[in-house]
Design a protein around this ligand. Sequence first.
Ligand SMILES: Cc1cc2nc3c(=O)[nH]c(=O)nc-3n(C[C@H](O)[C@H](O)[C@H](O)COP(=O)(O)OP(=O)(O)OC[C@H]3O[C@@H](n4cnc5c(N)ncnc54)[C@H](O)[C@@H]3O)c2cc1C
Length: 501
Amino acid sequence: MLDAGIELEPERRQLVAQLAAQDPPQWSPTAIARVKEYMNAGKSGIRLKYAYGSDFPYREADRYLPREGTGVGLVPSLARGGFSNVWGAAVLPYVEDEMADWPVPYDSLTPHYEAVLAVMGLAATKDDLAERFPLFSTDYHPAPTSRQAESLLRDLNAHRDTLRSRGFLFGYSRLALRPRNEGRGCAACGLCMYGCPYGLIYSTGATLAALQRDPMFRYEGGVLVERFVETADGVEIRARSMVTGEPLVRTGSRVYLAAGVLSSTKLVLASLEAYDQPVTLMDSQYFLLPLLRYRGERGVSRESLHTLSQVFIELFDREVSEHSVHLQVYTYNDLYPEAFQAVLGPAFPAFRPALNSFLARFLVIQGYLHSDLSTHVSIRLRPPRDGAPATLALTVEKNPATRPALRRVARKLLRNRSLLRAVPLSPMLRPGDAGRGFHAGGTLPMRARPGPFQTDVWGRPHGLRRVHVVDSSVFPSINASTITLTVMANAHRIAAEEVPA
Ligand SMILES: Cc1cc2nc3c(=O)[nH]c(=O)nc-3n(C[C@H](O)[C@H](O)[C@H](O)COP(=O)(O)OP(=O)(O)OC[C@H]3O[C@@H](n4cnc5c(N)ncnc54)[C@H](O)[C@@H]3O)c2cc1C
């Protein structure tokens, strides 16, 4: 495995190891403050989610993968473990009847959903969500649920039949969360947004460490792959050391490319010398929508809880969207007061006394739309010129359907407020920039009969036999439900299936 592989700084690694060796009451306030460093919440949420106070998941990406263009929230990662170092661990499979444009039958993904969930670990509860989103696991465990989430689910369940008849499907969130060692579960320490001190939120770094113990596996970090060339009996990979800048060549019989959509797309375009040829990035439009409950829960800021998503609400209503809409509900976390301070500015002190009762009722929805309703981004690779490196030119192509769809989602929640016992704060609805939700892909979509800039069902770009693109770049469309579980299942499928030469 060749990987840029930028890592968490050694002193922060040591800090995490120190926290992991203790129980939360033993943690020093200084250590916790270090883990929370540099994470700020503003009017539009968190600018960048750091890991243990470090920006290493984003570091060097601008230098090694230069991009031009505005209005794009998606960035690449050159970190060991990529964005799994900071992700929200929300894992739902795709909806079977929303994959009609995939040349791969849903059933062929089933064993691979099971295989990757066995690696990741799953916090889940069997509830109504399983009707449209199979669990694909028998080895799941519940995550600790906050009082705000329990109370929301109680209210939703009190009106379950009516809500279901109106297209609401809801339940406990599904999270790629491992049980803590020795049978002890999540410590509910509330640090999820900053990085789990016990490493319970699945990160591919853990799988990589396990693979590195296998003598048949070799990992080479600090390597920036720049292009590949297919030869008569294999593939030559041209790369560069990120330490010395020296060119490197490695060979293999096949290449499996999973560098994240921006980097993989650049590598394929560079290898095909397809400069200035447009390909289209599809996104699942991300938005934030606060929700105010009719009744609050006491003491939310003192509660032991996890701060990943607690509840999932899926909308299946064709009057809102042809495809389902995915809503992840977040209950209290300690970034909310900071966000309010940013929103209220100088007026904040006047609101301070009322803040706790407001936060007791306050929830945040992180929502996603299907790619058909979302912004697209046109991507071209500009050739290297006058000593400047090849650059990805990104042009946002707004989708006129996005705003009306977001308004329909907010209206749907508003109309059902008495059943949800909550009102959406629609004026505070914030759509993210293109790709800001990091559920994006589709630049080299899989097709039964691929043409230029498309891939076959094993992720091989048109004209290539030994290079398999196995990340979200090959998705024919992006479902609203979370992306990574399906990225991993599809990659596992491609690696496992017999591929004709
Ligand atoms: C804040 C945040 C929250 C998220 N929450 C969720 C969530 O709750 N649920 C969900 O489903 N998804 C979520 N995502 C998206 C999820 O993290 C991505 O789908 C996933 O990480 C993609 O994995 P990947 O391996 O394809 O790419 P990446 O995670 O981007 O990893 C890229 C890998 O390729 C390497 N690499 C890149 N370019 C090169 C190169 N040229 N040479 C050598 N190595 C290279 C990097 O070092 C890295 O190892 C979230 C993302 C973010 C940023």
